[in-house]
Write a protein that binds this ligand. Sequence first.
Ligand SMILES: C[S@@+](CC[C@H](N)C(=O)[O-])C[C@H]1O[C@@H](n2cnc3c(N)ncnc32)[C@H](O)[C@@H]1O
Length: 232
Amino acid sequence: MNVSYTDMIATFGIGGAHPGGLSATKYIMDQLQLKPEEPILDVGCGTGQTLDYLAKNLPNPLFGVDQHQGMLTKAKKRLETHPTVTLKKANIENLPFTDNFFGFILSESVTAFTPIDQALQEYARTLKKNGTLILLEMTTNDILKQEQQAEIKQFYHIPKLLTEEMWCAAINQAGFQTVSAEVIPDKLENIIDFDLQTAISQEHFELMATHYQLTEKYKDLLSARLYYCKKE
Ligand SMILES: C[S@@+](CC[C@H](N)C(=O)[O-])C[C@H]1O[C@@H](n2cnc3c(N)ncnc32)[C@H](O)[C@@H]1O
């Protein structure tokens, strides 16, 4: 079997698979003022922890997309009682929505896993004028050595590693005029949840262990940043 990091998260059914988990989501949402009619998109929604929180706290139409069937199946189960939530199986590089549709797009540890420039262009296309994009993404504190980059990219299947400066440049390039960045506060308790499959192979446990080893190994070189962006 050839299991990816994302397959491993889907098999454990991890909800809140981003630094800070639900605490980070609450931290982000507490800073926003959204009009109740504005549609919200959670890109790479995973097993739906964030959409569940949003559906319980906001009247807005909510949309989630993810390309991974295992994630979506668990998200559908979690969200079946929320009539305001629509889930779609889709690639972020080709979002199944019309131009200028969303008021807010949220990416929690997702865009770093995609062809970043294409994903940002899709966010810019589907967001309304004055719409908000918030990204919570893996960021390198400096340019890493080739072998360090290779180890991280290979394990997480990510195309490239960006510094904060590189993220801001890519976001600007995609058409967002206002960008500010913040290191996610340390004080946030990491709130995640699990929807476990009955049979979990040794390989999945090994991948989980490697993820924690890499997190520890690179803790001074990688951090999670929040990017606040406006389409003007
Ligand atoms: C680290 S998980 C985070 C999931 C969720 N945002 C959360 O915080 O729990 C990354 C998610 O992004 C999805 N994803 C990655 N690349 C994608 C793409 N190009 N199109 C759609 N979904 C993608 C994966 O399937 C996975 O569910």
